[in-house]
Design a binder for this molecule. Structure first.
Ligand code: SAM
Length: 312
């Protein structure tokens, strides 16, 4: 049984089949000595090739679709079945629905192995987050769980001039398996003033604690000076790993350790088990190990497993 599950599933990137990932990795290694924007360009091309290669409505998608609708083993909730049925009428049998039925099968299994007091985080991007949120509601909320947050992971990057606003965030959907359990460790971050290097004026309150008042959305909050900072909100500003950073391993979809550290610390304690079923180059498992959690990492790319093994 698992306390914390992180599913790192970016629609576009996760579509890379192992064949393409190997290719991307090789390209990365070759290009590391060249200019970094060249890496990005090549990766983009390979990733989009991988995208069209994997997600199409084919016999596997049809089989998964039927398995959900017939629900022979009674694993799916009525809400999930109705949702998939309904989506077929809206988005038709196409790459998006192929991806959603694939995710449905996996999310249902994840829900099964998660401990009753466990939490689940799904990382995706805005092209699919609205569908995945419905799906997660149909799996988790329909079975007594709770939707807790949609975390916006905001980052900065250079993107080409486009016909729309630059996409500068990903989404992380956070659920628990049961409303009864409130397993959560508050994460403290620097306050906005601290970030800007401004001094904060704390005064002693009636109990002798140093505190100040802060207004937010029309409400007043008392902030104590505890040296820990302020409780983290649901918008996280965490930079991508810089191409020349020590942390960078050359795996195209590698996530910053800081991101996983926050998730693991918030929803697990030492000795708990963390599962990442799309572990890539092992960011989750390596952070889990450093934080004295037990861990399980799964990936269908041999290259990913090789890098993960080396990393830990
Ligand atoms: C977005 S990446 C994860 C990146 C990871 N968080 C990291 O920091 O490296 C998704 C991973 O899912 C893997 N993957 C794709 N389909 C899979 C499947 N059916 N089973 C297991 N892993 C899969 C890919 O090989 C890829 O490494």
């Amino acid at each position: 049984m698992i306390e914390n599950i992180s599913l790192n599933n970016n629609f576009a990137l996760n579509n890379c089949n192992p064949k393409f990932l190997n290719k991307i990795n090789k390209t990365n290694k070759i290009n590391k000595t060249n200019k970094t924007n060249k890496i990005d360009k090549t990766n983009k091309t390979l990733q989009s090739m991988a995208f069209s290669d994997t997600w199409s409505w084919n016999e596997f998608a049809q089989k998964a679709f039927e398995e959900i609708l017939t629900n022979e083993n009674s694993v799916y909730t009525n809400q999930t079945i109705k949702l998939i049925e309904g989506l077929e009428g809206v988005i038709k049998k196409d790459s998006m629905l192929a991806y959603i039925v694939y995710m449905t099968q996996r999310i249902q299994e994840i829900w099964r192995v998660l401990k009753p007091e466990g939490s689940f985080y799904l990382h995706c991007d805005p092209t699919v987050s609205h569908y995945l949120k419905l799906l997660l509601d149909s799996v988790f909320v329909a079975s007594g769980g709770e939707f807790l947050n949609e975390i916006i992971w905001h980052y900065r990057r250079w993107t080409a001039v486009s016909y729309r606003f630059q996409r500068l965030h990903d989404n992380i959907l956070f659920y628990n398996k049961s409303k009864k359990y409130k397993k959560f460790n508050t994460i403290y971050v620097k306050s906005a003033n601290e970030e800007k290097g401004r001094k904060e004026s704390f005064k002693e309150d009636e109990n002798g604690n140093l505190a100040r008042w802060q207004s937010l959305n029309g409400k007043k909050y008392k902030i104590y000076k505890n040296g820990k900072g302020v409780p983290a909100g649901d918008v996280w500003e965490i930079s991508f790993i810089h191409p020349s950073a020590k942390e960078r391993l050359g795996y195209p979809t590698q996530k910053p350790e800081k991101l996983l550290e926050r998730i693991i610390k918030a929803s697990s304690n030492e000795g708990d088990t963390v599962l990442d079923v799309f572990c890539g180059c092992g960011t989750t498992v390596s952070v889990a190990q450093r934080l004295n959690r037990r861990w399980i990492g799964i990936d269908n790319s041999i290259e990913a497993i090789k890098i993960t093994k080396k990393r830990i």
